[in-house]
Structure formats: C-alpha cells, structure tokens
Ligand binder design. Structure first.
Ligand SMILES: [Mg+2]
Length: 304
C-alpha cells in the first residue's frame, strides 16, 4: 500500500525491492519502541527534559489496550529505568517501570548472566551502578583490587581515578563493555557527542582493545528482548530514529521501522541499502498511529 499516512515528506514506505512491508507491520503484536527522536523530542538521552512527539502517548496506550506487548527501550544509561519511565508517564506516555529497558539495565543483565562472581567497575552513574548492584554484582572501587569487568555508561562527570582504574584493569585483561557505541546522539533537537562511547573507546585505546556494546544494537540485547516478547520475531517490530534500531531489528529478525523525527533524515536514508535500509519508513509515531488505526481497535476499550 502506498497511501501517505499523515506523511509530510511523501515518504515511500516500501523497500528498494518494492516490497510493501506495511502489511507486515499490521500483523505485528509486539513492539520495541525507542525514546529519543521517536517517542520524545529531547536534547538529552532517555527523554530527559523533553516533550512527547505528537500521538506518542496515544500510540502506546492504543497498543497496550489492544493487548500488544510493548517494551520501551533506550540507549540512555545515566539514570535508573524507573526514573525515565516516571518522566514518560508525566508526559502522558503510560509505561510501567518493568517495561522500560535502558542500556544500563541491559548491561547489568549481561554481566550478571555471563560474568558470575566477577568484580565489576562501573564507569558511569547510578543508572549503571544501580542495576548492577540490584543483580548482586560485586562493585570494584578505584584503589582496590583490579576489576574483572569494566562497563562504561553515561554520566555528567567522569573521575580521573575511575578512568585510571578502568584502564589498569582492562590492560590487565578485564573485559571492556560500553552501553552505547554510536559516536553521536540525536533526540530530535540537535546532535551532541556520545560522551560515554567516547570514554569507552578512550579506555580501549589505552589498553589496545575495543569495547563491546551491550545496548542497542547488540546481539545480547536482541536475545534478551526476544525472550521477553511473545510470538515469532516476524511479528515483532523495532521502531526508532537511528541505525541502532535498524540493526537491532536485524539482529532480532524483526520488522525494522524508521521514523524520520530524529537522527536519520531523508538525505541520510537515501543511500542506505540492503540490511542497512529499514523495512518501513514513516515520518513519525503519529504516522504509525494513523497506519495502525486502520487495523487496530485504537479507540476501543477491549483487546482484539
Ligand atoms: Mg533514538
């Protein structure tokens, strides 16, 4: 179908091969929704300080009312998931704490599962250290025994002694992880450098290695999300504004849906080919709401 659902740019929803994937989108029953540049327009990660995109609250409410599974997934990691979720609720996007996944909580899940008993040095803020501690992970401190694992997340400030401890540990063989691995952040207002990724790569540089990403679009996060979402991957959609969500969808085997309200502009989309190109392109979540309103009981109280 090629109808322009609320489009302001005349976006073609079809892939380069001419396949219409909007039909696949209508059969989706589980959703992974990005925050910055997708549900929220913001200059800071996790929707902090931002305002909702048009229809963002309506979309989430309608999907949940229709009985669909909805996970809100952000690469933000500075604050705990519950804090970001509370802010979204204040903005009219009704998401329970347990359905909000951050790159910090995803990293803590990975470390707890794959490094049992390890001493872990978080280089970040409470949004990383909190989920690690909540999973019973031993936290390393600078000046103490070297960490077995170093994880870098977002923070307003980074302390020299923590970065030094991280470099010493990684140089001695500790695993090095980063919550996010994209150089630039874009939440629909303007871009800024992703300081956490920059710090992670700096630590890797000092120790002659590279950090492994645990947030979007990591295979680990893809597996974690697929485990908690019902149905086959073909009935899952990942919606976001950046290549991280396109690549996460590929890792999941899900329907990738790009909204042009953040990082990727029509000019940046044009050269994308093959797996880099999203299955469905829409102007924003309002266009997604319009598209789904034809096939869902969007204004009804009862699940379909
Ligand atoms: Mg985004």
């Amino acid at each position: 179908m090629s109808t322009d659902h609320g489009s302001t740019t005349g976006t073609d929803h079809r892939s380069p091969a001419g396949t219409d994937h909007t039909a696949a989108l209508r059969s989706v029953r589980a959703w992974v929704l990005d925050v910055d540049g997708c549900l929220m327009r913001t200059a800071r990660p996790g929707g902090a300080g931002g305002t909702p995109m048009p229809r963002a609250g309506d979309l989430v409410a309608a999907l949940r009312r229709a009985g669909h599974a909805v996970v809100i997934c952000t690469n933000a990691s500075q604050r705990p998931p519950a804090e970001y979720a509370a802010h979204l609720r204040e903005q009219g996007i009704d998401v329970p704490d347990e359905d909000f996944v951050t790159a910090g909580s995803a990293a803590a899940d990975h470390v707890a599962a794959h490094h049992p008993g390890a001493r872990v040095l978080p280089v970040g803020d409470v949004g990383l250290a909190g989920p690690l501690a909540a999973r019973g992970v031993e936290i390393a401190t600078p000046g103490g025994p070297l960490a077995d694992v170093v994880v870098v997340g977002a923070a307003s400030e980074y302390r020299t002694e923590v970065i030094n401890a991280a470099c010493l540990a990684v140089d001695a063989g500790a695993a090095l992880y980063t919550t996010v691995d994209t150089p630039w952040f874009h939440g629909g207002v303007g871009r800024s450098v992703t300081v956490s990724a920059t710090i992670a790569h700096a630590i890797g540089w000092a120790a002659a290695t590279s950090p492994q990403v645990l947030g979007k679009p990591s295979a680990f996060l893809a597996e974690t999300l697929l485990r908690r979402l019902p149905g086959p991957p073909g009935r899952v959609a990942v919606v976001g504004d950046a290549s991280a969500e396109i690549r996460l969808a590929r890792a999941m085997g899900a329907v990738s849906t790009l909204v042009l309200s953040g990082a990727i502009t029509p000019e940046k989309l044009a050269p994308l080919r093959g797996a880099d190109r999203p299955d469905v392109v829409l102007d924003d979540v309002a266009a997604l709401y319009d598209l789904l309103s034809e096939s869902l009981p969007m204004t009804q109280g009862a699940p379909s």
